[in-house]
Design a protein around this ligand. Structure first.
Ligand SMILES: Cc1cc2nc3c(=O)[nH]c(=O)nc-3n(C[C@H](O)[C@H](O)[C@H](O)COP(=O)(O)O)c2cc1C
Ligand SMILES: [Fe+2]
Ligand SMILES: [Fe+2]
Length: 404
């Protein structure tokens, strides 16, 4: 059975939802699922924009067969070759052998590398700024390298103002019937998963997103719809989401507030993290989020680190090192290029406390544009009452810095 939605005149969503995949890219948990979006334009020529993951191919085919109603598919535009979108290319070629494929040089190279038999088909290689007409609809192709792979491009339909934005402006969470961002409470129910998607998947490539945003900036008044490859389509309040993308890709905090991430084996470092959170709230800084790094997938920690202006790391010393899960969080911050945050440190050790110095060294030497507050809270096994003044000093320093 087909399951399609109308985006605008003659343009249809023909993608699919996935609630079975546990780990996106086999790393990131997606408890609320994900959608693979593909779009079909029925102009004088019929055009499919991107395909779907292999697991969703059957649904894509049923959707296309329903809308094409026996007519041929004339064009396949591939904006992004990662297999969550490109995996069904071969099947499309087999079903519609006369389809012409439009994509970038690098994308065609990747198709061959992945073993797709594209060479018997008419291939149209496009470059930055090339245009094409499908009848009433004229499109321009715009390079989007490293958003999220080097071959990526976006396609702008100048006739109806639709931007096929590839992985940019995407989000985790299955659509489940909804198609447009204005059909859900995005700011309440989706923003955290949109941030987790962007920061973990494309976070490293902030400057490349900035480049794409600059190109989009030139035609902002012409963009009426943003059609990403995951998550909802945007047709209202586009600037809300563009602003979020701008912040995330400039590594600017979204909110003044404090993320407290703790690593604790027996609960004493955890108690210190909680005591600090309570002190901050007592002082009026209530935008505080506390996470145990051991039971929170690092993708959520990264997303929160991109959200908040201040990050407190509280870690035990573990065999003279940083607790491994905390170390992993730090390495992920480095890998995803997080910058421009203010840190504070809580360390714990029972005989040779090292975690504070080691975390400080990592932040100073491996991360960019970070500040570490001088007020460090150092525990010998547990937070004794005698440490009350140090805890207060740390809370005061954070409060002052958050309010600055
Ligand atoms: C396996 C293991 C290794 C540890 N290694 C060190 C260490 O090298 N240096 C140190 O000062 N404390 C070490 N500790 C003690 C912890 O840093 C910490 O003081 C203790 O676990 C209490 O904090 P918690 O209740 O938050 O776990 C170790 C503890 C464990 C269980
Ligand atoms: Fe991708
Ligand atoms: Fe994707």
């Amino acid at each position: 059975m087909h399951c399609v939605r109308t985006v605008t005149d003659n343009l249809y969503w023909v993608g699919a939802n996935d609630h079975r995949l546990t780990l996106f890219e086999n790393i990131h948990p997606i408890p609320r699922g994900v959608s693979y979006n593909a779009y079909l334009l029925l102009d004088e020529k019929s055009v499919l924009f991107d395909t779907v993951d292999w697991s969703a191919c059957r649904q894509l085919l049923e959707n296309m067969e329903y809308l094409l109603a026996g007519k041929p598919l004339d064009y396949l535009v591939i904006n992004h070759m990662e297999p969550d979108h490109g995996a069904s290319i071969e099947e499309i070629l087999l079903r519609w052998p006369k389809v012409k494929v439009i994509s970038t040089e690098k994308s065609f190279m990747l198709m061959r590398q992945f073993g797709f038999h594209v060479d018997g088909h008419e291939l149209v290689e496009v470059k930055e700024g090339d245009t094409y007409s499908f009848g009433a609809h004229n499109v321009t192709f715009v390079g989007a390298p490293m958003v999220h792979w080097p071959e990526a491009m976006v396609t702008f339909d100048t006739t109806n103002g639709v931007l096929f934005s590839a992985d940019a402006f995407g989000s985790f969470i299955a659509l489940d019937g909804k198609l447009f961002a204005d059909e859900v409470d995005f700011d309440r129910d989706w923003i955290d998963e949109a941030r987790r998607y962007l920061t973990n998947i494309v976070g490293k490539y902030g400057p490349h997103i900035q480049l794409l945003l600059k190109k989009a900036g030139g035609i902002l008044d012409q963009i009426k719809f943003i059609c990403p490859l995951h998550g909802p389509v945007w047709r209202k309040d586009l600037m809300y989401f563009i602003d979020k993308y701008d912040k995330w890709s400039r590594y600017e905090p979204e909110e003044k507030g404090v993320l407290i991430a703790y690593a604790s084996m027996y609960g004493n470092t955890e108690a210190a993290a909680q005591a600090l959170a309570a002190k901050l709230c007592e002082k009026g800084v209530t935008n505080v989020a506390v996470y145990d790094v051991s039971n929170t997938h690092v993708s959520y920690l990264i997303s929160e680190a991109f959200k908040y202006s201040h990050i407190v790391l509280a870690s035990v010393t573990y065999n003279l090192g940083i607790y491994p899960v905390m170390h992993n969080f730090l390495m992920d911050m480095k890998a995803l290029n997080l910058q421009n945050r203010t840190f504070a440190l809580i360390e714990n050790g029972s005989w040779a406390c090292k975690s504070g110095d080691l975390m400080q060294k990592f932040i100073d030497e491996e991360l960019k544009n970070m500040t570490v507050l001088n007020e460090r809270l150092s525990l010998a096994s547990s937070l004794s009452e005698s440490k009350g003044a140090e805890l207060d000093a740390l809370a005061d320093a954070l409060t002052e810095s958050v309010r600055a």
